[in-house]
Design a binder for this molecule. Sequence first.
Ligand code: AMP
Ligand code: ZN
Length: 492
Amino acid sequence: MQLFRSQELKIYNSLTGDKEIFKSLHEGSIGMYVCGPTVYSNVHLGNVRTFMSFDMIYRYFIHLGYKVRYVRNITDVGHIVDDIDDGEDKIAKKAKLEKVEPMEIVQRYTIDFHNVLNNYNFLPPSIEPTATGHIIEQIQIIEKILKNGYAYEKNGSVYFDLIKFNETNQYGKLSGRNIDEMLANTRDTDGQSDKKNPQDFALWKKAEAEHIMRWPSPWGIGFPGWHLECTAMSTKYLGHNFDIHGGGMDLKFPHHECEIAQNEACSNKSPVTYWMHANMLNLNGKKMSKSTGNNLLPSEIYSGGSPFLSKPFSTNVARFFMMQAHYRSILDFTNDGILAAEKGFNRLMEGIDILNKISPSDDTSIDIKKWKSNCYEAMNDDFNTPILIANLFEGIRYVYLIKDGKETINTEDLSLLKDTINSFLFDVLGIKKEKNNSDSSGKLESVITMLIGMRNEARSNKDFAMSDLIRDRLLELGIQLKDGKDGTTFSL
Ligand code: AMP
Ligand code: ZN
């Protein structure tokens, strides 16, 4: 019997503001869409936190026995600087600055994104579609919205008509905004813009002569608006009704609000049952931001090359640090915080080493079944990973009591304890299993893997001098790297 049949999972639904009992549309299957990165620069550790929250959620669904189709897109066109319709496309801007093709920017940062996720032990999504690969689908959606009367064309651009939409629907229901207040608080366009009112958003923008990312459309040469890609790709791969749509908290408005409006205007349906939003990662109490320098790259964690870190940390420790906070809470990254997480993580791993050496007794003095059900209870309460981790530490406390002869455990309970800790720590929380954590060959392997990760980062940043240096120094030590289509391997 699949586990999900015996577990009552509750999920906080941002749309209703309630924790609701999760029921998938099709028994045993889940469709989940998560907004992916805009690939115009390296992802920072904050972005990694959001994707890691959904990686953990995906992992728990799989653990429960669901068949999940997980779609996470790549935004490679349409995301405008400062999210305003009349600004510059983030990717086109970077391409112009570096005098390269926009797709070179896209390629470079998509590779960087994949390297980062690989180093942090993410499961790949089932489908990773790109916005530029779905221009036709986006045009078809605009045509439908126009036909249904919720959009208008002006000078080669198409805008969503929010006032018209709000006559029959409710714009703002996800983020709790009121359109009348929004309209009252903004100046009208004074004829300066093609929009009927400033809150309307672009579905298609006319490409001016200097705009380098451009496609033909029924309204002339142009490019799609940002919000449209997710409507096109989620419904294409998950259907007009699907279970979960997720993203970072900052995407609730306007991105997800506009997605809902587009969907309703197109098919008269609100396609998503559960909207889920992961909270932000701050750095030393302040928002992470590349422009202010209050920023940490995922590779700086294991290279230690950041003024915010006193030393390098493994990606496992960084993952453990993030999993110690609930996905809906703001998490503040500090050097002291990750040092404390490292201590806890090492204690847990030492406990697991001892657990693997314990011999069973004839009887059990601890209620392992109750402890196991507490672990599920934590995860079933809207993926409460901090409580789960507290339960895992409780399991390790039993290990020491058994080792010291203060408690006993029989064969069946010993394997239940081992299986439960292993499943939750490695399969659900996504901690990478390191062979022989305590012995030196395991540590050597981890160090080489870390150096391969740093070399990949250097290569994706076109720092070939650094990537060659890492390869050559390792070779001098008798460690040969081999680049293959599935990544880099090594031989001693
Ligand atoms: P972007 O590439 O800007 O579209 O962002 C990718 C994802 O990272 C989105 O889901 C954002 O909500 C999320 N994100 C951006 N900044 C942070 C942060 N400081 N902490 C957590 N998530 C973030
Ligand atoms: Zn999106």
